[in-house]
Design a protein around this ligand. Sequence first.
Ligand SMILES: O=C[C@H](O)COP(=O)(O)O
Length: 249
Amino acid sequence: MRRKLAAGNWKMNGTGAALEELDELSRMIGTTALQVVICPPAPLLYRACEAAQDSIIAIGGQDCHSAAAGAHTGDISAAMIADTGAQYVILGHSERRADHHESDADIHAKVKAAWAAELTAILCIGETAEQQQSGTTLEILATQLAGSLPDAVSATNTVIAYEPVWAIGTGKVPSLEQIAETHDFIRDTLITRFGETTGNAVPLLYGGSVKPDNAETIFRAENVDGALVGGASLKASDFAPIIAALDRA
Ligand SMILES: O=C[C@H](O)COP(=O)(O)O
């Protein structure tokens, strides 16, 4: 049985006061077998790890550099993220691909850096609106997976998040059929490349406008093992019902 995971990406939102949401979230979700991850902005990582240490919530970064150390002003390494106590790092998010021109090759190197620091990589892939309209979604996903995922994938070191770029922060969500088709495709691609055991064990998340009122439907898709949530992860009162829906799925 695959592990289920609900990850919240706070993006560039929140200062110290936002950490109160971790206490509130912990109180609201109680105990669950799910993995719950919050990825706050980098300056909050240490404090988030401290705040979450007696809870089931794990902490993750939102990006790392591919190098272990060096002259890269403003960047942070995977080891620095791990040193805060964080266990995960989001890589290849479409906002980084767009804002920082990250290529699949860049992301491939970052995933390897994350693994070297014993972080679990949450690798994001997804097509733009134009690509979706031109019917090339599966082709794009295949290219991104092939280019950004190194060979040493395991059941524990990698999570794949499928995020259609056009669904992020827009309130638009693909139909359940579209979500099922893309996740089935990603699962098949992983099985073909890594074999049945590993390919079946890597959790697949859906991301893009997941809210308390649509989570239950999204989690009906067989190969959706959880969600990567942006806006609705900022408030415990929004994220907790999404986690509860995943728990029931
Ligand atoms: O990483 C999270 C995604 O970009 C989804 O963001 P959103 O839930 O605000 O649409």
